[in-house]
Design a protein around this ligand. Structure first.
Ligand SMILES: NC(=O)c1ccc[n+]([C@@H]2O[C@H](COP(=O)([O-])OP(=O)(O)OC[C@H]3O[C@@H](n4cnc5c(N)ncnc54)[C@H](O)[C@@H]3O)[C@@H](O)[C@H]2O)c1
Ligand SMILES: O=C(O)[C@H](O)[C@H](O)COP(=O)(O)O
Length: 351
């Protein structure tokens, strides 16, 4: 069997070759942007990240039967075309959700530390209560914040009960954080959701955080909202037109990172494991492999406060400073990212 794999997916090389028993798989590793119709034509399976657009243009006339994306989001896969071409695809639901929650946790702590933004008692609106959003709600509650949850698809299915409408969120929130997929159309469209109308409706000049997809916020409207002080700060991990991002926006945000909120070693290991499990299930192969994230250099964290301990585990200023210093290195900063660990990897000692 021939498999083409994005060469920035960790923990996969050396494992997939052996899956398949007596006949080792033929595996080719290439950069995510270098998948072409010629390269995929005689492949049986692709294992990709967000950088490979899987559509008719790439896949038509190929042998590809199975695609696994080692990510939560799957807006880079044309699911209608895959259905038409009978190509099975899978993503890795929840794989790096704890990593994004860690990013938001440290970001909130930095707002308090660097901007004098007292978290306790402030109101946060979490938009999209799925794998990531629900963990973000727990983080915000643990910091003493009042949490309002918006999730239109879930409210439609489960009843409005625990959910809040956007009108209330725009009126009451001091922080609004986005955790929806990128839906390009339909009832639950999120493309350019945060547009001029959204920013005009804000009542409390909140902090806006986007770790979902860049296209959920409209860049020009976000810039104008910052200029008009309709929002007090922006924290942006995902951008329109990555890697050609708006430098004007990068210069104005409190934290601007190169789409690495989900880049914990734990999240990447989960993504690879889930992709290989789906691959084995599809091709009826025994999933005989073990994937573990790298160990931290030191597993004990000594700190004077819990907040300091969390910032020792992960401080997004490092990633933001690196991107602000070299925005043209957006993809390189991602590709060479020193994977961090989540809190389960550490013992915290508060002295
Ligand atoms: N920055 C990163 O590194 C990173 C990492 C992981 C995920 N993500 C992005 O975050 C998104 C969320 O991840 P997740 O694991 O929580 O996904 P999920 O599918 O578990 O949850 C998404 C939630 O959004 C809700 N939703 C959909 N449309 C909505 C709308 N119009 N209004 C309100 N709610 C809506 C869904 O009902 C669902 O509950 C992913 O799709 C991905 O694009 C980014
Ligand atoms: O959807 C996701 O899982 C995240 O956006 C993910 O972290 C993106 O990582 P990439 O595939 O671009 O390495």
């Amino acid at each position: 069997m021939k498999v083409i794999i994005d060469n920035k997916i960790p923990y996969i090389e050396g494992i997939i070759e052996k899956l398949g028993g007596d006949t080792p798989n033929e595996v080719i590793y290439i950069p995510g942007t270098k998948f072409t119709p010629e390269i995929v034509r005689d492949a049986d399976a692709l294992i990709i990240r967000t950088r490979t657009l899987c559509n008719r243009e790439l896949l038509e006339g190929s042998k590809v039967k199975f695609i696994a994306t080692a990510t939560i989001g799957f807006d880079h896969i044309d699911t209608d075309y895959c259905k038409e071409a009978r190509i099975t695809w899978t993503n890795a639901p929840g794989c790096n959700s704890a990593s994004v929650a860690q990013y938001i946790h440290s970001t909130l702590l930095l707002l308090e530390k660097e901007k004098g933004f007292t978290l306790k008692g402030k109101c946060i609106g979490v938009v999209g209560i799925g794998n990531v959003g629900s963990k973000v709600c727990d983080v915000a509650q643990s910091l003493g914040m009042r949490v309002l949850m918006n999730d239109l698809p879930r409210a439609d299915k489960e009843g409005a009960g625990m959910f809040t409408d956007m009108e209330t969120i725009t009126r009451e929130c001091d922080v609004i954080t986005f955790h929806t997929p990128l839906n390009k159309e339909g009832k639950y469209k999120t493309y350019h959701w945060a547009d001029a109308g959204f920013f005009n409706s804000l009542k409390k000049s909140p902090v806006i955080i986007n770790t979902s997809r860049g296209e959920v916020t409209e860049t020009s409207a976000l810039l104008s909202a910052l200029e008009k002080k309709q929002i007090s700060e922006a924290v942006i991990d995902v951008w329109e037109n990555e890697p050609e991002i708006s430098l004007e926006l990068l210069n104005k945000v409190f934290l601007g990172t190169p789409h690495i909120a989900g880049y914990s070693a734990d999240g990447k290991a989960n993504a690879t494991r889930m992709s290989l499990e789906s691959f084995c299930r599809f091709f009826n192969i025994n999933p005989d492999f073990d994937i573990q994230p790298i160990q931290p250099e030191s597993s004990v964290i000594k700190a004077s406060t819990e907040a300091d301990a969390y910032l020792q585990m992960y401080d997004p200023r490092r990633d933001s400073n690196a991107l602000k210093a070299n925005p043209e290195m957006f993809e390189q900063l991602r590709g060479d990212y020193p994977l961090r660990r989540e809190k389960e990897a550490y013992t915290i000692q508060i002295a």
